[in-house]
Design a protein around this ligand. Structure first.
Ligand SMILES: Nc1ncnc2c1ncn2[C@@H]1O[C@H](COP(=O)(O)OP(=O)(O)OP(=O)(O)O)[C@@H](O)[C@H]1O
Ligand SMILES: [Zn+2]
Length: 750
């Protein structure tokens, strides 16, 4: 075989509460044969990897993950693999590969439904805590501890000690099992491992009561971590809940209620007032206010009528609507947003990667340190063994990097879902981190700072040309172009009742204009400067152009080679919040610049109203060069509508697409602003900065607490159970702090 094909496989993995859990899963599977590109998303509870068919069986992967104490279920169904096959009479054949532990009644996992019920922590979402494995461990260890205490008080120390030993051993068993599973696949340093050593060690030095308490507190901590992480996950899940589960389908003159995820393109659904719209579609009957806040964050209801597009998840506020479905459920705008937010987690922030590397060293370092604490004082200085073993064991319990490792993903997940609810999409922690450090913000003009809905204001005719002729030629040249200028001209021709002449060989000259053969003559609609270059302009025309441009209007020349026909001037309105947006960005310490293909005079008139810098007369390539130039001095955020500025958006450190309609932009840009609000650019910066601030607080808190208890443990001021309490406390505190980002409102200027 020349090419080794791989298939992408996905699982839902439950029970991961922190970054060291995801690291454990990652390391466990990435060393398996045929496995590559392993991605584990803590918040989305997802494991995905590339797998060479016929190497590692997916069942093996599931088996290993379960052994480590997590729940796992395959996501979706993959195309059947070629390696295993089923005979016509459905008698399964074991594959030739020594896979013996595979259940015979299940020859191919691709035919198995994701079973939903999981071995480990059945579901960290939804399930009450006491129904989870970790919850049961708390109940078990708690009951054992209580019993042991009762025995101690009723019978005196001797029997009580035995009860504590039993409680500790029984409670440690499941933890030790997970530690051994990790050890067998080459991961000696796990929190379960440290726990097991500490508990057994404590038993050996006769601290049975404390050992039992430590096991109990550890179990409590695990549950608390699970609850905190579950809270962070809810932010993302809430988005998915916005799409109604059912839809009223119109079929053969009748209405039936069907599950919303079975809707197909072309079907007609009925949406009553007050209901959420079940699918992306087009209104075919009815007029009403639509609240699009779930999708775009814009909470003012927008008037929508026949022919308008609506988004799944929006609320129909007034009248009954009939809607034709235009997108399948998995392709809905909201579904794509959810997917982006989920996948965003995999685009790690540099800080996150640094912390992960740090935590890989941290645990072994703590183990080495506690070995020294145990050995050096008794051996070197003749000190008492039991004191230093105790202190060394306490130190071991500080070796859990959970709080540190969870600090970044929890903050980022909270920020991403908080942003998504306001129509601010960012593809991951890396984007957040870069946005927080942005120095310049570059704006496209048309459609970004302005509304992009141009209006023809002046028509100036050359020589004997009639207005109708000018418009007819211009409109037919422009029929092939989607440029806002082109649309304005075509609209005006229609309004004047001018019949368009069908053009031949119509094409656009990006950044310059459009050309076509109209009535057997090559005709152009271009920028005045390109017209000058191509055909020349007389003094009167030049004067007219200049005075129109000084009024902030965009002028195009209509001509055939050697024959000017006239000028068309258009005006585009600034978005009402553009001046405020520029003010806010400048107040945040960013420098702002407008990059436009329009001419310098028009650009100057518009930039003056915004009090910002500008660069004009730029071809798409020039915009790209300008971005590169700015990047020499720091991160650059570029905001555009994706028309004519895609290369610049791509080149910018953070490319932000603006506008809900642009399908492509959402997937290609680094971030998107779904409401048509320029001030959201400032909101995005604020959210990014708040997130990085939150992460810094979390890291300081986590490291600070570790440092304090490291010292107090070595000095013997705090013991085993305080050490485990400090660890859990830090994790919970850090997660709670990160959750504050869920309610942070970045649109408020401070
Ligand atoms: N289809 C077209 N018809 C007529 N003129 C055009 C067309 N496309 C571009 N031009 C001319 O080229 C100039 C630059 O176009 P370009 O699309 O790069 O920028 P723009 O849309 O005017 O502004 P911005 O760069 O801010 O979005 C326009 O101002 C216009 O004069
Ligand atoms: Zn953990």
């Amino acid at each position: 075989m020349a090419v080794q094909t791989t298939t992408r496989r996905e699982w839902t993995v439950t029970g991961m509460d922190c970054g060291s859990c995801t690291a454990k899963v990652t390391r466990a599977v990435e060393q398996l044969p045929g496995v590559s590109d392993v991605k584990v998303a803590l918040m989305a509870e997802r494991l995905s990897l590339e797998l060479v068919p016929g190497t590692t069986e997916p069942e093996t992967i599931e088996h290993i993950i379960r052994k480590l104490g997590f729940g796992i279920a395959a996501k979706g169904r993959e195309a059947p693999r070629k390696k295993t096959f089923v005979l016509p009479d459905a008698t399964p054949i074991a594959p030739a590969g020594g896979e013996t532990d595979k259940p015979l009644d299940c020859p191919d996992d691709s035919r198995r439904e994701p079973d939903g019920h999981l071995h480990g922590d059945p579901s960290s979402s939804g399930n009450p805590w006491h129904r989870t494995d970790k919850g049961r461990l708390v109940l078990l260890t708690g009951a054992l501890l209580a019993t042991a205490w009762a025995i101690k008080f009723l019978t005196g120390t001797g029997a009580g000690n035995g009860a504590f030993i039993a409680a500790c051993l029984i409670g440690t068993a499941p933890i030790a099992k997970r530690a051994f599973a990790a050890l067998r696949i080459g991961q000696p340093f796990t929190i379960e491992g440290l726990m097991t050593i500490a508990a057994i060690g404590a038993l050996i030095i006769g601290a049975a009561e404390e050992a039992a308490l430590v096991v109990f507190l550890f179990a409590v901590g695990e549950v608390l971590e699970g609850v905190a992480t579950g809270k962070a996950r809810q932010g993302i899940r809430a988005l998915a809940d916005l799409v109604p589960k059912t839809a009223v389908l119109e079929a053969a003159g009748q209405t039936v209620v069907v599950p919303a995820d079975t809707l197909e393109i072309g079907q007609i659904v009925l949406v009553r007032p007050g209901d959420r719209i079940p699918a992306d579609g087009t209104i075919i009957e009815g007029t009403g206010g639509i609240d699009e806040s779930p999708v775009t964050g814009e909470s003012l209801p927008l008037a929508r009528t026949v022919g308008d597009e609506v988004f799944a998840g929006s609320i129909n506020t007034e009248a009954a609507l009939r809607i034709r479905v235009t997108h399948t459920p998995s392709d809905n705008t909201i579904a794509r947003i959810i997917r982006l937010v989920e996948e965003a987690e995999e685009a790690r922030a540099p800080t996150e990667r640094f912390i992960e590397r740090f935590s890989r060293i941290y645990m072994p370092a703590i183990v080495a340190l506690s070995a020294l604490v145990i050995l050096v004082p008794p051996l070197g200085f003749g000190q008492d063994w039991s004191i230093w073993i105790y202190r060394g064991l306490a130190l071991l319990l500080i070796g859990c990097p959970c709080a540190l490792v969870i600090s970044v993903p929890a903050a980022i997940a909270s920020a991403l879902s908080s942003g998504a609810r306001r129509g601010l999409l960012m593809k991951g922690g890396a984007v957040l981190e870069l946005a927080a450090s942005a120095k310049d913000v570059a704006f496209d003009k048309t459609g970004t700072l302005t509304r992009g809905k141009l209006e023809v204001t002046d028509i100036l005719l050359s020589g004997t040309t009639q207005e109708a002729e000018l418009l007819a030629v211009a409109a037919s040249v422009e029929t092939g172009s989607g440029h806002p200028l082109a649309r304005a001209i075509v609209r005006r021709a229609k309004a004047n009742g001018v019949a368009a002449i069908s053009p031949r060989e119509a094409s656009v000259l990006p950044g310059k204009g459009a050309v076509a053969i109209v009535n057997d003559a090559k005709a152009f609609v271009t920028s005045p400067s390109y017209a000058e270059e191509l055909a020349g302009m007389d003094m009167t025309m030049k004067g007219q152009v200049a005075s129109l441009q000084e009024q902030g209007k965009t002028v195009v020349a209509v001509f055939r080679i050697g024959q000017p026909l006239g000028l068309i001037a258009m005006r585009d309105e600034l978005r009402s919040d553009a001046p405020e947006a520029i003010r806010q960005l400048q107040a945040l310490g960013l420098s702002t610049v407008m990059l436009t293909g329009d001419n310098p005079r028009t650009a100057k008139a518009i930039a003056a109203g915004l009090n910002m810098e500008y660069q004009a007369g730029m071809l798409p390539g020039d915009k790209l060069a300008a971005i590169r130039n700015l990047q020499a001095s720091g991160s650059v955020m570029m905001i555009g509508d994706g028309i004519n500025d895609a290369p610049a958006l791509k080149a910018a450190t953070i490319g932000v697409a603006m506008g809900s309609g642009t399908d492509v932009a959402l997937e290609t840009a680094d971030a998107a602003i779904l409401r048509d609000k320029v001030t959201d650019a400032a909101a995005m910066i604020r959210l990014a900065r708040a997130t990085m601030g939150n992460i810094r607080q979390n890291v300081a808190l986590a490291l600070g607490l570790k440092a304090v208890f490291l010292v107090t443990s070595v000095l013997g001021m705090t013991g085993l159970w305080i050490a485990i309490l400090a660890d859990t406390g830090a994790t919970v505190l850090v997660t709670m702090n990160a959750l504050r980002l869920l309610t942070f409102d970045p649109t408020k200027a401070r």
